[in-house]
Write a protein that binds this ligand. Structure first.
Ligand code: GDP
Ligand code: MG
Length: 697
């Protein structure tokens, strides 16, 4: 099948996000089936789904690596960026949100708003991503539409607007039997035929027993909408009604502005409610044209500046690589095209490195069966996979060679855990190094380096599961067996107080004098960047090239380690002054003076050891609550919330990562395998004195 995308206003770049197990994979599978991409519908429970094509994921039953899939719904091109459901991979979710125009957030009507939904919701707020919501699993015992709906407002600060209600939950003669849905816009009952796996949908009069309830919800819907527009308010006051066309228009505008979150419901597993959700994606979520243009930094020789690129074909090409996936044919780079046209066989420039890269092939990706775009080109607003770039890493901007523009880099969190890794046979050292560099190009939350003291290779990442998955990939994809040692916490250091420090370098080298002197201030400072550097030197204190060298040297030295040997974070360094001597102040002299200033500074300010604190959520049947709590207390967890969600108990806690190794096994044995948990890095806090003491022995 050859697929072309239509005009830009018909493109929807969306992500589907959810807490693990809420039904993201199942819903995606149904979407691909109804949009005609799949002839056979896969089931999560049989390990036969399309998006979980990574064997690692199929084995674990979770979605880890995002893939972009394109499908068509009545003339709307929907690009679905699959986002991971496990919280060890929040960075992947964040990275996807950056390139999306809208998202579908799936909630389970039984568990309601869970920790991961809350995290993702906040991230989506940060990137101003318009959202629609799907309350899934309405068929399950204990499902509650209203409870979930209330929790969305209460816990997320969402503004859900209900466009559908379930028929047959709670109030029906047989409780908890979901028959279908009521469409509150058209005021019709929708039935989904299970024989055809829901492919045929019947729209009929609302049965009498549901009519009163439907009218109450319809009034709520209109009351909300009338407040959005003065003319409609007038009309509504006079006639008591609003037309479907007007409802769609107003809901679309409010959704794009982030004022409303249209809310749908159903049971994806039972084929109920997926087509109305697809209609909702097409009707209410923005096209690339409805989103703000992107800004970037120009990197021309004549200095830097800001430039804006509009999503139009006549602008110079620029696009962001948001994902690199290893593939039999080489690395596949997923690109969001923000402006211009990208042609197969063309050369582009990487704005970060200035290096040219060849676009050898453009693919439209349909899970593991990829489709090549016929026209061999892709326009602004679209998302595709590209083969060719050799040196690009995730987060890089590719551009028209004559118009380089650096889009804001994606920021990645600090790694919290590390392990020593070695190949099973020492002949494979080189292969290990190559494999690790390839993996870290794909996944910037993972890195590897060789320890100077021990010569061991240390890999670092976002959690135990993250590193385990990577180890499995090395074996499966690269045929490399790796031994991994016990996980260790990635500690950091910070300074205790603000100080000023002067660094000097003066030396005779081969008869010539080398000299540099710099003065700087260091202070504790919280920001997303571990080390913030500000330049407050007099304009001509140093030539521009040397200022750049100085900044780099300060940053390298601070990241290199503090008094105890861990990288510094939460530090701001202000460059105050420099003494420059023509011919004597070389790059090497500046670097040496910077090192001197930073080392003296840290010694003077004193350092504090920081350890990663994790945000933990445990969901357990009530009977095991006591066990789970007692164990958490023993791990010195600080419990921040404890509540009932349906018939399950939920505990939220903050706990030091160092206390959490092996928790997966422990929580299983405490609850006869019935409790589940999620954990993600929250912050770095000062470690208690005994941690430091233990390090010193
Ligand atoms: P994901 O982790 O969000 O991708 O969730 P999955 O799609 O893998 O679904 C998790 C589990 O919930 C699987 O066992 C599904 O069969 C089941 N499931 C998904 N949707 C529904 C639903 O609407 N009703 C019921 N009863 N189960 C569902
Ligand atoms: Mg899944």
């Amino acid at each position: 099948m050859i697929m072309m995308s239509g005009p830009i206003e018909n493109i929807r770049n969306i992500g589907i996000v959810a807490h693990i197990d809420a039904g993201k994979t199942t819903t995606t599978e149904r979407i691909l089936f109804y949009t005609g991409l799949l002839h056979r519908m896969g089931e999560v429970d049989d390990g036969t789904t399309t998006t979980d094509f990574d064997p690692e994921e199929a084995k674990r039953g979770i979605t880890i690596y995002s893939a972009a899939i394109t499908c068509d719904w009545h003339g709307t091109t929907i690009n679905i960026i699959d986002t991971p459901g496990h919280v060890d991979f929040t960075a992947e979710v964040e990275r996807s949100l950056r390139v999306l125009d809208g998202a579908v957030v799936i909630f389970s009507a039984v568990e309601g708003v869970e920790a991961q939904s809350e995290t993702v919701w906040r991230q989506a707020d940060r990137y101003h991503v318009p959202r629609i919501c799907f309350i899934n699993k309405m068929d399950r015992v204990g499902a509650s539409f209203e409870r979930t709906f209330d929790a969305m407002s209460r816990r997320l600060g969402a503004h859900p607007i209900v466009l559908q209600i379930p028929m047959g939950v709670g109030s029906s003669p047989k409780p908890n039997v979901l028959n279908g849905l009521i469409d509150l816009v058209e005021m019709k009952a929708l039935y989904f035929d299970p024989e055809s796996k829901g492919a045929s949908v019947e729209s009929v009069e609302i049965p009498d027993e549901f009519r009163p309830q439907a009218q109450v919800w319809r009034k709520r819907l209109l009351d909300t909408i009338a407040l959005l527009d003065e003319d409609i308010f007038q009309l509504y006051a006079e006639t008591g009604d609003v037309s479907s066309v007007q409802i769609h228009k107003l809901v679309r505008e409010a959704t794009i502005q982030g004022q409303l979150h249209p809310t749908f419901c159903g049971a994806a597993k039972d084929y109920i409610g997926v087509q109305p959700l697809l209609d909702g994606i097409a009707r209410y979520l923005p096209s690339p044209l409805d989103r703000p243009p992107v800004d970037g930094t120009t990197t021309k020789k004549r200095g830097t500046g800001k430039e804006t690129r509009w999503p139009r074909s006549d602008e110079p090409f620029c696009g962001l690589i948001f994902k690199i996936q290893a593939d039999r044919h080489g690395d596949l780079c997923f690109i969001r095209v923000y402006s211009g046209i990208l042609k197969s066989g063309s050369r582009v420039v990487n704005a970060r490195t200035g290096k040219k890269e060849l676009i050898s092939q453009i693919w439209r990706v349909q899970a593991d069966a990829r489709e090549k775009i016929e026209a061999e080109q892709v326009s602004a607003g679209d998302i595709v996979g590209v083969i060719g770039p050799k040196e690009a890493v995730t987060g890089d901007t590719l551009c028209n060679v004559h118009h380089p523009l650096l889009l804001e880099m994606i920021s990645f969190p600090e790694t919290v855990i590390s392990m020593a890794a070695e190949p099973e046979s020492s002949a494979e050292r080189k292969k290990l190094a190559d494999t690790l560099s390839r993996l870290s190009r794909q996944d910037p939350t993972f890195n590897a380096k060789v320890s100077e003291e021990t010569g061991q290779t240390i890999i670092s990442g976002m959690g135990e599961l993250h590193l385990e998955v990577l180890r499995d990939r090395m074996e499966r994809e690269f045929g490399l067996k790796v031994r991994i040692h016990k996980p260790r916490v990635s500690y950091r250091e910070t300074i205790r107080e603000a100080i000023e420090s002067t660094g000097v370098f003066i030396r005779q080298v081969a008869g010539a004098t080398q000299f540099a002197k710099i003065k700087l201030r260091m202070e504790p400072f919280f920001s997303e960047e571990p080390i913030v550097i500000e330049n407050k030197m007099k304009p001509n204190a140093l030539p521009d090239e040397l200022v750049a060298v100085l900044k780099q040297a300060v940053s390298d030295e601070a990241r290199g380690g503090g008094l105890i040997g861990y990288p510094l974070m939460n530090v701001k360094t202000t460059l105050l002054d420099a003494e420059y001597r023509e011919g004597e102040t070389t790059e090497a002299a500046i670097q040496a003076a910077a090192t001197d200033a930073i080392r003296k500074g840290i010694a003077q300010a004193g350092s504090a050891l920081l350890e990663p604190i994790m945000q933990l959520e445990v969901v357990t049947p009530d009977e095991f609550l006591g066990n789970v709590q007692a164990d958490l207390n023993a791990r010195r967890a600080v419990i921040t919330r404890s509540e009932l969600r349906g018939d399950l108990s939920v505990i939220e806690a903050e706990v030091a990562l160092s206390k959490m190794f092996g928790y997966a096994t422990q929580v299983r044995s405490l609850s006869q395998g019935r409790a589940s948990y999620t954990m993600e890095p929250l912050k770095y806090d000062e470690a208690p004195p005994e941690v430091l003491e233990a390090m010193m022995v």
